[in-house]
Design a protein around this ligand. Structure first.
Ligand SMILES: *[C@@H]1O[C@H](CO)[C@@H](O)[C@H](O)[C@H]1NC(C)=O
Length: 141
């Protein structure tokens, strides 16, 4: 049952306008107590899309590689509007993006962690609701 749901989620994500995390980089060491830039990039539009918003969350992993944290996203640093723009110079990918400053608490548990960006938008002429979670694995040091 779980794999069927995962397949459906994957299929709808492929059709949707996706976001990706430009920064931090996969595997990046992030000192607890530091302030980091989280860059969220908008994927290429296949159909008209209206943004609802995103969240930025961070969860410590119990395992390495990390378990699935999609039902247990951890500390919420941001939840609100997403307004990606084209800047000059552009992101490495050329995609519109928005930067968010996130302060990692001094007491955040060290070790592997997953930074998640849940994203929700309206796509197509209907429109239909699209939700997805972009993730990047980092290392809190
Ligand atoms: C967004 O963050 C990246 C990486 O830190 C930086 O290179 C870029 O200049 C920032 N863009 C804006 C518009 O502040």
């Amino acid at each position: 049952m779980k794999s069927i749901l995962a397949l459906v989620a994957l299929a709808s994500a492929v059709l949707a306008q996706r976001v990706s995390v430009g920064f931090p980089a996969p595997g990046q060491n992030i000192p607890a107590g530091s302030s980091i830039n989280v860059q969220v990039q908008e994927g290429a539009a296949q159909s008209p899309s209206t943004e609802i918003g995103i969240a930025i969350t961070l969860q410590h992993c119990q395992q390495n590689p990390c378990e699935d944290v999609s039902q247990d996203l951890g500390t919420v640093f941001y939840a609100g509007s997403f307004q990606p723009q084209r800047f000059n110079p552009p992101a490495a990918s050329g995609a519109p993006y928005q930067n968010f400053t996130v302060n990692i608490p001094q007491g955040f548990q060290k070790g592997p962690a997953v930074l998640s960006v849940p994203h929700s938008n309206l796509i197509g002429a209907g429109p239909s609701l699209s939700t997805e979670i972009a993730t990047v694995s980092v290392n809190i040091v």
